[in-house]
Write a protein that binds this ligand. Structure first.
Ligand SMILES: CC(C)(COP(=O)(O)OP(=O)(O)OC[C@H]1O[C@@H](n2cnc3c(N)ncnc32)[C@H](O)[C@@H]1OP(=O)(O)O)[C@@H](O)C(=O)NCCC(=O)NCCS
Length: 328
C-alpha cells in the first residue's frame, strides 16, 4: 500500500486524495448535480485546507469513489461533502462503504469528533432520514441568465421594490466588511432565534457552520460579501454571497450562491438586489444563481423575480436544502 493510502476493505483501497488525482476524480464526476458541481473548482483548495480530509477509493487501481470531511465546531463535528461514486458502480452500496470508511478514519484522526453534519439537495424519504436528525429544510430559488442580461434584470427588480411593502421596508441594508463587527453580530446569542437560522447555523454554499468563534475563522477565509439589516444593533436580516465560480454546466458557466437569513420579505428583496449588484463586475457568460432562504419567503421572492425576458427561473420550480446531523 502506498504511503498516502490509509486502509483497505471490500476490495477497495482508500487513500488520501492528492493534487495528481484530479483528472481521475473529474472522470467520475461527469454530469453531477446537472453540471452544478463545485468540486472541479474547489478540489485543489481542498488539498491544503486545514481540518479537511479527502478520501478516494480505488478498485484495481481505478478511482471509484470520493468523500470529504471538514472538521469544524472546535474539533467536535465533521461536515461531510463531495460524496460521489463512479457511474458504473452506483446502486450497489458503494456510497455506504466509503462513508463508513471516512467516518472511521475521521474518528481515528480526530478523536474529539462526535457529530457528523451534512446538507443534501434531494429528499431520500422518511426511511433514510430516520438515521439522522433533520435540523432544517431551506427553500431554494434558482435563476439562469446571461451576464449581460442581469443589468436589466436588477433594474427591473429595483423598479418593483414597493416602498410601502411590509413594515420594515424603510430599514436600510448595509454592507459589512469589518470582521470584528461581523463577529460581534454573528456571536450575539439571540441572533439564531431572531433570524431563524437553520439548526442555529449559517449554511455558506451548502456548508453548515454553527456560530462559534473557530468557525468564523473558516468563514473569514472564504472571501464572502455580507449585507445586514442596518437599522439597529439587533438586525432582523443578514445575507452573504460566495464569489461566483466556474461550473461545467452548459460547457462552462458560473455559479453564484446567495444565502439569505431572516424572514422579512422586503429585506430579502433588497438583499437579492444588493448581492446581484455587487457581483456585477465578477460575472460573465452564463450564470446560474442559487438563492437559499427560509421557506416562508420563497413564494414572495419567486414572484419578485418573474417577468424578465431572459433571466428565468431554472432547475426545479421549488427545491430544498436539507440539513442533517447524526452521531458519529
Ligand atoms: C449519490 C451517490 C453517491 C450514491 O452512490 P451509490 O453507491 O449508488 O449509493 P447507494 O444507492 O448504493 O446507497 C448507499 C448509501 O449511500 C447513501 N446515500 C445515497 N445518496 C446520498 C447522498 N446524496 N448523501 C448522503 N448519503 C447518500 C444511501 O443513503 C446509502 O446509505 P446507507 O447504506 O447508510 O443506507 C451516487 O449516485 C453519485 O455519485 N451520484 C452523483 C453525485 C451525487 O449526487 N452526490 C450526492 C452528494 S450530496
Amino acid at each position: 500500500m502506498n504511503s498516502h493510502c490509509v486502509g483497505e476493505s471490500d476490495g477497495l483501497t482508500f487513500c488520501l486524495a492528492r493534487p495528481e488525482d484530479y483528472d481521475d476524480v473529474m472522470a467520475i464526476s461527469q454530469d453531477i448535480y446537472g453540471g452544478n458541481d463545485y468540486l472541479p473548482h474547489r478540489y485543489h483548495s481542498w488539498m491544503t485546507e486545514p481540518g479537511r480530509v479527502v478520501i478516494i477509493a480505488r478498485r484495481d487501481g481505478k478511482l471509484v469513489a470520493l468523500e470529504s470531511g471538514l472538521v469544524v465546531d472546535g474539533g467536535e463535528t465533521v461536515i461531510v461533502e463531495g460524496l460521489r461514486v463512479c457511474p458504473n458502480e452506483r446502486g450497489r452500496g458503494l456510497a455506504g462503504v466509503i462513508q463508513k470508511f471516512v467516518d472511521g478514519y475521521i474518528k481515528k484522526v480526530y478523536p474529539n469528533v462526535k457529530t457528523k453534519r451534512l446538507t443534501r439537495g434531494d429528499d431520500p424519504g422518511p426511511e433514510k432520514l430516520r438515521k439522522f436528525t433533520l435540523l432544517a429544510r431551506r427553500a431554494i430559488l434558482s435563476l439562469l441568465g446571461n451576464s449581460e442580461d442581469f443589468n436589466s434584470f436588477v433594474s427591473g427588480l429595483k423598479e418593483k421594490l414597493d416602498p410601502s411593502d411590509g413594515s420594515n421596508s424603510s430599514r436600510p441594508l448595509v454592507p459589512i466588511k469589518d470582521f470584528d463587527a461581523l463577529k460581534a453580530l454573528l456571536l450575539d446569542s439571540d441572533l439564531s432565534s431572531r433570524l431563524q437560522l437553520p439548526g442555529g447555523a449559517i449554511i455558506q454554499d451548502w456548508e453548515p457552520l454553527k456560530l462559534m468563534e473557530s468557525n468564523l475563522h473558516i468563514l473569514a477565509k472564504r472571501n464572502l460579501t455580507w449585507f445586514v439589516d442596518g437599522s439597529c444593533a439587533k438586525p432582523l436580516f443578514m445575507s452573504l454571497h460566495t464569489p461566483p465560480y466556474p461550473i461545467p454546466f452548459n460547457g462552462g458557466s458560473l455559479r453564484f450562491n446567495i444565502d439569505l437569513y431572516g424572514t422579512d420579505t422586503s429585506l430579502a428583496k433588497k438583499a437579492l438586489i444588493a448581492h446581484l449588484d455587487s457581483a456585477k463586475s465578477e460575472i460573465q457568460g452564463i450564470v446560474v444563481v442559487h438563492i437559499y432562504m427560509h421557506k416562508a419567503i420563497w413564494e414572495d421572492l419567486k414572484q419578485f423575480c418573474v417577468g424578465h425576458d431572459t433571466v428565468k427561473q431554472f432547475y426545479w420550480d421549488y427545491w430544498e436544502q436539507l440539513l442533517l446531523e447524526r452521531e458519529l
